[in-house]
Design a protein around this ligand. Sequence first.
Ligand code: ZN
Length: 164
Amino acid sequence: MICRTVKSKMPDLLLAPESVAADVRTHVESCADCAKELHELEATMALMDGWDAPEVSPYFDGRMQVLLREEKEAQPAGWWERIRARFAYGEKVNMRPLAAAALALVLAVGAGLYEGVSTHHAPPAQATSPVVRDLQSLDDNAQVFQQLNSMDQQDDNGDGANNL
Ligand SMILES: [Zn+2]
């Protein structure tokens, strides 16, 4: 007996156990997974029953049985699909913190990459200052003066003016 086959019989097991084949009931008794699912469905049904809480008329049980039978015969798939949709919606709600965490991770990685770009860009500007100091010690060289002048011009345009 395949679990999927048994699980498709779950509503029948709850609403009309006598209509379910004996081997399905035997499987649920021996399969922990199917027993758990049946128990959860039972709990959901109990919750729905408690939430509905209608005033019970003398004929309620009889009418309810007729309605359930009609509903079951009219569209058994629809009934089951509505319960499944309920579970699916629950899963979506649980997915939202995960999605938020994924987004945070993407933002953190993005910030890290930006940090990497900016720190990678910064060192060359700092690295020029020892070179500039070395060149300043050789101020009798005309070429060095020219280089210093060109660096002064670059520094005027850039952010390294304090290095000189
Ligand atoms: Zn099973």
